[in-house]
Design a protein around this ligand. Structure first.
Ligand SMILES: C[S@@+](CC[C@H](N)C(=O)[O-])C[C@H]1O[C@@H](n2cnc3c(N)ncnc32)[C@H](O)[C@@H]1O
Length: 282
């Protein structure tokens, strides 16, 4: 992904007074720490069309690395293809969903923002499923492996997406327990508030929604203090690789944390890591 373009704090989308006004970069107190809790933010103002255009209209080099790693991880994970998969906080990114298509019979996309839910439901419509070829470059990377190639031999991947996916409005902090056999969560836990406790709770909620031994892949921005979508600022917490690793302690095993080569980062001092692993028994 991209998700995190320039962080330009603005007050325009502050939904209530509980959020400190020093998000406004022109205020002298802008350098002081500002707390934004997830449920205080106006997620319905997220612009999915703009987000997709900024981040996924082409395959960035960092996303290519992630897609290849996730593909190879799921191919060797020996998942029963009759099960249920989940992508948490998909926003306007369909590549995590595509990664799981050959390995599930049903796929839940659980998204908090009403705007993103609408956008995702349109992608499931007959028109988009048939005519939207914009995800084909991502699918071609998956299709380098036979499991993917054979899966979508007769149909376009979005037609399979339409058949298997259900878009639900939901909350990473209120996911069902031990429900899914496979899961992804990309650039969500790190990018939903300024609070490291909420980062940890989001990772915990995601992994706990998986059945014991279920494989998962999760992407994280490191060092991000926020991102802009269509001129609106959204919160992030500047975690590092060690924090990502700690967040899986006691809830997952065989966890691998892989830094993504950031020769062309979205902006200076921001990186990406990919975590793969399996959910522990609760
Ligand atoms: C930076 S975007 C990442 C989108 C996408 N997964 C990607 O890879 O680009 C963060 C996403 O988290 C979603 N989100 C924010 N709070 C959430 C919550 N409490 N539960 C689930 N999703 C949430 C946002 O609506 C947004 O789609």
């Amino acid at each position: 992904m991209g998700a995190q373009s320039a962080a330009v704090p603005q007050v325009a989308n502050l939904p209530n007074e509980s959020i400190s006004r020093n998000m406004d970069s022109v205020q002298p107190e802008a350098a002081s720490p500002t707390i934004v809790h997830n449920h205080d933010w106006d997620w319905d103002s997220f612009d999915p069309g703009s987000y997709r255009y900024d981040n996924y209209r082409t395959v960035r080099d960092d996303d290519r690395q992630i897609v290849e790693l996730v593909r190879d991880f799921f191919v060797q994970a020996e998942v029963d293809p009759g099960g249920r998969a989940v992508d948490v906080g998909p926003g306007a990114n369909l590549y995590p969903s595509l990664a799981m298509l050959p390995f599930c019979e049903r796929l839940d996309l659980i998204e908090f923002s009403a705007a993103n839910v609408r956008w995702l439901r349109r992608r499931r419509g007959a028109f988009w499923a048939r005519l939207d070829r914009s995800w084909d470059p991502f699918w071609r990377i998956y299709a380098a492996r036979r499991a993917y190639r054979e899966h979508a031999r007769w149909v376009a991947p979005l037609a399979e997406f339409r058949r298997k996916a259900t878009v639900r409005q939901g909350d990473v902090f209120e996911l069902p327990k031990a429900e899914y056999n496979l899961g992804t969560m990309f650039f969500v836990a790190c990018s939903l508030s300024t609070e490291v406790t909420e980062f940890r709770d989001a990772v915990n909620g995601f992994v706990r929604s998986l059945t014991p031994n279920a494989p998962f892949a999760a992407g994280f921005m490191t060092g991000s203090t926020g991102y802009e979508v269509a001129g609106r600022w959204f919160p992030a917490v500047p975690i590092d690789r060690a924090e990502v690793s700690r967040s899986f302690d006691h809830i997952a095993y065989d966890v691998e944390i892989q830094p993504i080569d950031g020769s062309h980062p979205l902006r200076p001092n921001v990186g990406m890591v990919l975590a793969t692993g399996r959910a522990s028994a609760t």
